[in-house]
Ligand binder design. Structure first.
Ligand code: WTA
Length: 645
């Protein structure tokens, strides 16, 4: 069924009350286009500047003059904007609600307490030798200490690199090495669905491969973890002797705020670098606009702070807007699959923001677990991370939202810093499955493979023709890779890596990645990374990895593996290979299917034809296309015959 004509009009009370209504949206789009400097200078007043910027936008995507600067002579501090400036009026307002993995564990931190905790952590970091510009790796569970650690870095001008708690020791080591972190902040253990995650042990293993000066260990579960003399410092000890106050380091708007590693088509994950002024501005501006946010509302973004969604909407955007932000350590189906909704009731959540993969998993269990809750506190729902299929959208709307709550389907990327395409609840009629339209100041185009601009209703590759303040500023340590990855395919334009369709109404429908990136449960995984992990196994000669449609995860990981001569395929080997990938990267990269193949389809010049492998993995055997250019067309027959799943 086509959904292009299925409209959910803006409810009248939203049009009347929202920060931005239809006319406001149109006016902002025109103003941002006509006079960007004036528009963004005015908008940037939402932040507190030590020195307000007089230079606003200074950008060129052209190869010979490539540069991206926003608010370049502005001076500010992110922690000041997220905490200190709220103290006069909101010292006793809850800044962070904590909901533990164990439903009997929860707590709250006021803005005054957050201020004290961040200052103390900042002073501890200073005592460990951390200075402005140094890199600090954060490997923590979803507990308030993670936000405190990020803000403590921001307060003293250190650059954080948060590594998701599900990544393996090898992944941690690679990230520490790439950005040259001198300090790691971790916890004894994390908790997920009642299981203990050995965070400190993972860091210890990572540090057999790379070294740092200090490891700061926070007690969370209280597990007895070994302490390496001279290197490891227990936070609870170190914090005893520090002051409750720590001045905010004045930072230039273009000073780096953080590095976040993300997967691309080729090579190792790259360190996406965001800066202080433009990033914070964009996180805060979009948080207010898209979620129609009012200070003090309870906002729950279910993403982990190890991903960009957690950075921008659990921590920075939310706190810059004086939110009460909820941090949830657990998972949607523990202790039962009504957990999300009981947490909504328990903490009277008003805005709820999650990923389609979670909705699809919960939807499978029917409506009863949702209906056990009241959800009366909710006023808006959001979705992020992958295309939301119309079925999941309608379930979210009808069952979770009881037909009364707008849904904002927000498209963006680690690279974009914050939301770029989304409905505004007071301005945009909704269509299930469409992220609808770009925010003011965001200029989209669809192009074909040759870069020809496609007009009107059409399908193509999604590019962005001009900069916005939250745009990433570089790949850590590799300027050339930044330009090559995003600006070389279509000169003068930022290439998103996504395919997209635009309908008669000018609505955008993201169709998924067109590069070698797989979106597994809303998490990006590079096929090349999984392949490198597989070929490390002694029995493997070659591996090719592609994505395939998966009911819950959106996309699953399908690996074609060629074994060395003399090795017999077995289930045992299959398990060993999955274990290998979990060990190298982490559980999220574990292949869903492994097919042993005597050979892979290659062109005569030796290039693997992934198009064919994708079709086989998708079980779309009718459209394998032309296989006559293959070096050995016979391999395809075998691959088709022995398809798994
Ligand atoms: C996909 C997550 C469709 C897209 C914020 C993008 C989406 C990649 C949506 C970025 C959405 C994200 N609809 N697709 N609403 N949101 N994506 O860097 O393919 O982890 O390029 O950032 O997720 O993933 P990332």
């Amino acid at each position: 069924m086509t959904t292009e004509t299925e409209f959910y009009p803006v409810p009248a009370e939203w049009a009347a009350k929202a920060h931005m209504d239809r006319a406001g949206y149109e006016a902002a789009r025109v103003a941002a286009q006509a006079a960007p400097d004036a528009f963004w200078a005015e908008a940037a007043k939402r932040l507190d500047w030590v020195k307000a910027p007089t230079k606003i936008k200074d950008v060129s995507f052209a190869k010979d003059d490539f540069h991206i600067h926003w608010f370049a002579d502005g001076v500010l501090n992110v922690a000041y904007n997220c905490i200190d400036r709220h103290l006069a009026e909101r010292a006793d307002q809850t800044a962070i609600i904590f909901e533990g993995d164990d439903p009997s564990v929860s707590g709250a931190i006021t803005y005054a307490e957050l201020h004290a905790q961040v200052c103390r952590m900042a002073n501890v970091l200073k005592n460990l030798g951390v200075r402005k510009g140094d890199r600090v790796t954060i490997y923590l569970p979803m507990i308030p200490a993670a936000a405190v650690a990020m803000l403590a870095c921001a307060r003293i001008g250190a650059i954080h690199s948060v590594v998701f708690g599900g990544f393996s020791p090898d992944s941690i080591a690679g990230r520490i090495e790439d950005c040259g972190s001198t300090v790691v902040i971790t916890a004894d253990e994390g908790l997920r669905a009642g299981k203990r995650i050995p965070l400190k042990a993972n860091v210890d293993e990572a540090l057999t491969k790379v070294s740092v000066d200090k490891v700061l260990v926070i007690a969370h579960t209280g597990a007895d973890v070994p302490i390496v003399e001279g290197r490891d410092v227990r936070f609870e000890e170190a914090v005893k002797t520090v002051a409750d106050d720590c001045p905010c380091e004045p930072m230039n708007a273009e000073d780096p705020l953080f590095i976040l590693y993300t997967s691309g088509s080729t090579g190792k994950p790259k360190g996406v670098m965001h800066t202080t002024g433009g990033y914070l501005f964009w996180a805060s501006y979009t948080h207010e606009l898209v979620f129609d946010y009012r200070p003090g509302e309870v906002f729950w973004c279910t993403a982990d702070v190890g991903w960009v969604t957690g950075h921008s909407y659990v921590v920075y955007g939310a706190l810059a807007n004086a939110a009460t932000t909820l941090m949830f350590e657990g998972v949607p189906n523990y202790p039962d699959n009504g957990r999300f909704w009981s947490v909504v009731d328990k903490h009277q959540v008003e805005i709820f923001y999650t990923a389609p993969t979670a909705l699809r998993a919960l939807m499978r269990d029917g409506d009863a677990p949702v209906k056990r809750s009241s959800r009366k506190s909710l006023r808006l729902l959001g979705s992020v991370g992958e295309p939301i299929n119309p079925e999941a959208w309608r379930w979210y709307h009808e069952v979770v939202g009881e037909g009364r709550l707008p849904i904002v389907d927000t498209w963006w990327q680690t690279e974009t810093g914050g939301i770029l395409v989304s409905p505004l609840p007071g301005a945009t009629d909704l269509k299930p499955g469409s992220a609808t339209k770009p925010l003011p100041g965001v200029e989209l185009e669809l192009v074909d493979a040759d870069g020809k601009v496609l007009e009107g209703p059409n399908s193509g590759n999604l590019v962005i023709t001009d900069s916005w303040p939250g745009q990433m500023r570089g790949v850590w340590g590799d300027d050339q890779r930044f330009f090559d990855t995003y600006f070389s395919a279509y000169p003068g334009k930022y290439f998103t890596g996504d395919g997209c369709r635009r309908d008669e109404d000018g609505y955008y429908w993201i169709t998924g990645r067109v590069d070698d990136v797989i979106n597994v449960s809303g998490h990006r995984m590079g096929t090349a990374e999984v392949e490198s992990a597989l070929v490390l196994h002694d029995d493997v000669a070659e591996a090719a990895v592609v994505g395939f449609p998966h009911d819950i995860k959106g996309q699953g990981i399908y690996a074609f593996v060629t074994l060395n001569a003399g090795v017999t395929p077995s289930d045992e080997l299959r398990k060993a290979l999955i274990a290998q990938v979990r060990h190298e990267i982490g559980p999220i990269a574990a292949p869903d299917a492994i097919q042993f193949a005597p050979g892979l389809p290659k062109t005569r010049s030796g290039k693997i034809m992934r198009r064919i492998l994708r079709k086989i993995a998708e079980n779309d055997l009718g459209s394998l296309g032309d296989t006559s250019t293959l070096a050995d067309p016979g391999v395809v027959e075998d691959l088709v015959k022995n398809r798994v799943g």
